[in-house]
Design a protein around this ligand. Structure first.
Ligand code: ADP
Ligand code: MG
Ligand code: MG
Length: 499
């Protein structure tokens, strides 16, 4: 593995890419004319490559596959070819990444803004309310996070009609697939090289993916800032996790490159084994924790009992670096996304006018359900909107005729429940034929893609240590599906072919 470069905003220089005519490479749109026999050979090679390089997930047909590593593994769902994406929009997405990182940090420091913006949501959404309770207690106690670590993924779709790169959301907790996403880019490069003559595609157009290296570097640097050589990084995990290899990739790079050890604990185990020392040190058994990296804790189902909430509260009180802190978690909610899109709100957090303009350019239409004109329009033309609750992990949004029905129901009931949702402009990306590979079977279908850009941010008080765009993840899903989660079974992992 090569060391990640510290300024890998754009790993491929435009001079190196040239135009398609110069390189005599074909556009990706020619894909549907490929010889089926060649496709079968590529599928076989992709399956072998994934198996021997660890591009794997737990197989849900094997019971123990979410608990025991090495048992019941299957290749991750992937696209057979990278997806074409305009270089200008790619650059735009990379360029705003550090600005979004800084924005999240600034928002996280404004406890009042977080509490006020979510105050109505709090009354109708128990989960958000519990998070806000922890946040309030930290404010009351005057708790400060001096070392702040953000490992984010900002997701975008390219709206076909307007040609605008629009942000879907930014994930500040448990942003996944840095590990497997990096591997998919390598898989695609390997396939394009092997079949260069037949395909005429240029593997150099797939940007180098620094996601896993960037995240590992940020975790290592956070560990270093904590400055207790005996302390470890704790990955907070679900009791069963079929996406464990993605997480193990990160832990492995962290160990091999930076010699930082990780332990894996569930929220229930942390409640059982966790102790807080008077100086704020978090001990799990007798092991001190330097950095807490959450890969769970973002959904109500992650807290089946009071035990899990006690664990979250215990960790928040500790001096360990939290990725994310409760403030970072709340700053990534959809309600905050919508509040930030209101006029003059970005100006509260960012000074630089160019930065503000760049961030704002990525904002799609976002509205609260207090906006009666928008609600009226959404009832009349629901296909142009998405209705979103304060949830993460895919499969929670409302689309199409259900938007109309839900809005009418909320109007009839006249309750405060509308504060649980936001409305968002529906984005319509280009639909392209794609080969999707899942469980060893290849399907050709019409698909749309969502580009995720990873960002790593680390600060210790006034000292900014890291603020970088690091790598990416393309996710591609059949165009008839509304939702896009890979783990939820809707999408496949993909990479980018710049054009
Ligand atoms: P989650 O936090 O659950 O991932 P998202 O806001 O990312 O929530 O929504 C889940 C999926 O729904 C996205 O990956 C995308 O496929 C689809 N989606 C979300 N917002 C929009 C939108 N405005 N237009 C079109 N599709 C959307
Ligand atoms: Mg999300
Ligand atoms: Mg999402």
């Amino acid at each position: 593995m090569s060391k990640s470069s510290s300024s890998a905003v754009h790993p491929i220089k435009s001079e190196e890419i040239g135009t398609q005519e110069e390189n005599l490479t074909k556009p990706m749109s020619d894909l549907h004319n490929i010889d089926p026999e060649l496709i079968q050979r590529m599928v076989y090679d992709a399956l072998v490559w994934s198996s021997i390089h660890g591009l794997l997930v737990g197989d849900k047909s094997v019971q123990k596959s979410g608990k025991v590593p090495g048992v019941g593994m299957v290749h991750a769902p992937v696209a057979l070819f990278p997806t074409s994406f305009p270089e200008s929009h790619w650059k735009q997405a990379c360029e705003v990444s550090p600005i979004f990182n800084e924005l999240i940090d600034r928002v996280s420091l404004d406890g009042e803004f977080l509490q006020d913006s979510l105050s109505r949501t709090k009354m109708v959404d128990d989960f958000t309310s519990r998070l806000l309770d922890i946040h309030s207690k930290m404010l009351e106690n005057g708790k400060r996070e001096e070392i702040r670590l953000g490992l984010h993924r900002s997701d975008y779709m390219l709206d076909e009609q307007t040609k605008l790169l629009l942000q879907i959301e930014i994930n500040t907790i448990s942003a996944s697939f840095a590990g497997l996403g990096s591997l998919v880019s390598e898989l695609h490069r390997s396939l394009l090289n092997r079949y260069k003559e037949q395909l005429g595609l240029d593997s150099g157009r797939i940007p180098v993916n620094t996601a896993v290296n960037g995240f590992a570097e940020a975790l290592a640097k956070a560990w270093e800032e904590y400055s207790n050589p005996r302390a470890v990084v704790m990955v907070v995990v679900q009791p069963e996790e079929r996406n464990m290899y993605d997480q193990h990739w990160l832990s492995t790079v962290l160990k091999e490159r930076y010699d930082v050890a990780t332990i894996r604990k569930t929220l229930a185990e942390i409640d059982e084994q966790g102790v807080l020392l008077p100086d704020g040190t978090l001990l799990i058994g007798d092991q001190a924790i330097a950095v807490i990296y959450f890969r769970t804790g973002y959904a109500p189902a992650d807290y089946p009992s009071e035990s899990e909430w006690r664990a979250r509260f215990l960790m928040e009180q500790s001096s360990a670096v939290k990725c994310p802190s409760i403030s970072y978690h709340l700053a990534g909610t959809k309600k905050i996304q919508q509040e930030l899109a209101k006029p003059n709100v970005l100006e509260r957090f960012l000074e630089n006018k160019d930065d503000i303009a760049k961030v704002r350019k990525c904002f799609a239409g976002l509205w609260s359900l207090d906006d009666s004109d928008i609600v009226k329009d959404a009832i009349e033309r629901p296909e142009f909107y998405v209705m979103k609750p304060q949830r993460e992990g895919g499969g929670n949004n409302i689309y199409g005729d259900d938007v109309r029905k839900s809005l009418l129901r909320l109007q009839e009931e006249g309750t405060e429940e509308n504060a649980a949702y936001i409305l968002m402009q529906r984005i319509f990306p280009i639909i392209a034929p794609t080969y999707l590979l899942r469980d060893g079977i290849c399907h050709k279908d019409h698909a749309i893609s969502e580009l995720g850009i990873y960002g790593a941010y680390l600060r210790n008080k006034d000292r900014l240590i890291m603020n970088e765009q690091c790598g990416y993840l393309m996710r591609t899903k059949v165009s008839s599906s509304n939702e896009g989660g890979v783990a939820a079974g809707f999408a496949v992992l993909d990479s980018v072919y710049l054009n």
